[in-house]
Design a binder for this molecule. Structure first.
Ligand SMILES: NC(=O)c1ccc[n+]([C@@H]2O[C@H](COP(=O)([O-])OP(=O)(O)OC[C@H]3O[C@@H](n4cnc5c(N)ncnc54)[C@H](OP(=O)(O)O)[C@@H]3O)[C@@H](O)[C@H]2O)c1
Length: 348
């Protein structure tokens, strides 16, 4: 953190001096690719009513970060802004009317943007105490990925023990948690991804079967692996042509979970297909769920933290990057080089 002194000469001749605090941040000054981001000094944010200021220790990278800097996400923050939403750190200041948090507490939280910076503001309602046995890096890689997959499988698909789940993009940030959680919830898991190396990780995380969708036909392989019955649940963070191929392999009364469109194309599924299978196409939006149904979201997070404490689930951290290297982290994600999670580690 850097202090700078500013001098103001008031009308009546007296000199007024204030101290301004500055921090380092990755800043988006215009929409563009990661190479257009700058690493620069910006003024420290200060917490308003109901908010906390944290010293960021780690912020994981999520696919939406690659979209938000290009102006391709659901909302467009005003310039200048820092990307980064999944943060872990230490409370440095507490805004008015905040209850239950103190300066010095270690916390984890979710924000729409602002995490690739030395300090960040988090609404206290979106902040949780960090479990003592969890590192800052793991904590920052936890909420969005596990929160999304658990909400999708439990609340939206109503996954039952013994059902079969097909996970597309299965080695990705949310995909690998869907593999891990489906297995933990008693399902048979088919993991689909683009390389054998990515599929090997899925096996480690509990996949029973794997499909390399670069070299194998997705629909035919699913039929083979399910003896013609099809899959009960499809977890789809990829989109594009894979969505319809997968949907054509769904079982009677199956549920296709629409998670995201990492491949850049929003698919259009002919509506005769859900009719023929008595199947559902189910939207999933964890961030809005957490805002609209906070009690249910808290129960889910509590369950996930209990599983973490017991050693049943653990984020896979593929790599960590220093703050100034955040554009490289975003490029690696866009180039499909990442398995599991990558994290900006501010202690690096
Ligand atoms: N609905 C929600 O609440 C929610 C929450 C979090 C994330 N999401 C969405 O879920 C998707 C995945 O997010 P994530 O953070 O898990 O991303 P990620 O770690 O980059 O994983 C995405 C996976 O998609 C596959 N993929 C296929 N085509 C791709 C392409 N052209 N570029 C990049 N990846 C491609 C890759 O696997 P292969 O190489 O094996 O194909 C990759 O592992 C994103 O669309 C994100 O916006 C939605």
């Amino acid at each position: 953190m850097i202090f700078q002194e500013a001098f103001f000469i008031l009308d009546f001749g007296c000199i007024f001096r204030i101290q301004i605090l500055f921090m380092k941040a990755i800043v988006c000054n215009q929409f563009g690719l990661p190479s257009s981001l700058t690493y620069q000094e910006v003024e420290n944010p200060s917490p308003k009513k109901g908010e906390l200021l944290i010293t960021v220790k780690a912020c994981s990278v999520n696919f939406p970060d690659t979209l938000i800097i290009q102006g391709k996400y659901q909302f467009k923050p005003p310039f200048p802004f820092s990307p980064g939403s999944d943060v872990a750190g230490i409370i440095e200041a507490v805004g008015e009317e905040v209850k239950g948090f103190q300066i010095g507490d270690e916390v984890v939280g979710f924000i729409p943007f602002g995490g690739f910076a030395e300090k960040a503001i988090i609404p206290a309602k979106d902040c949780f105490p960090k479990p003592s046995g969890m590192s800052m890096v793991n904590a920052s890689a936890f909420l969005l990925a596990y929160g999304t997959s658990f909400h999708a499988l439990k609340d939206r698909a109503k996954l039952q023990e013994g059902e079969t789940v097909l996970v597309l993009g299965a080695s990705g940030g949310v995909g690998i948690t869907a593999v891990e959680l489906s297995k933990l919830m008693g399902a048979k898991v088919i993991a689909a991804a683009s390389t054998d190396e990515k599929l090997a990780l899925c096996k480690e995380f509990g996949a029973d079967e794997t499909i390399n969708y670069t070299t194998e036909n997705l629909k035919e392989r699913v039929k083979e692996l399910t003896n013609g019955k099809g899959v009960d649940v499809i977890y789809d963070p990829v989109g594009g042509d894979f969505s319809e191929q997968a949907f054509r392999s769904i079982a009677w009364k199956g549920r296709h979970l629409v998670i995201g469109f990492a491949n850049g194309q929003i698919p259009k599924i002919p509506l005769n297909l859900p009719l023929l299978k008595g199947a559902d196409i189910v939207g999933v939006f964890w961030g809005v769920f957490a805002q609209k149904e906070p009690q249910k979201s808290l129960q889910n997070i509590h369950q996930l933290l209990t599983w973490f404490a017991k050693g049943d689930i653990k984020p896979h951290i593929d790599a960590t990057y220093s703050l100034d290297d955040a554009p490289k982290a975003l490029e690696d994600m866009m180039d499909r080089k990442v398995k599991g999670k990558i994290v900006i580690d501010l202690e690096k």
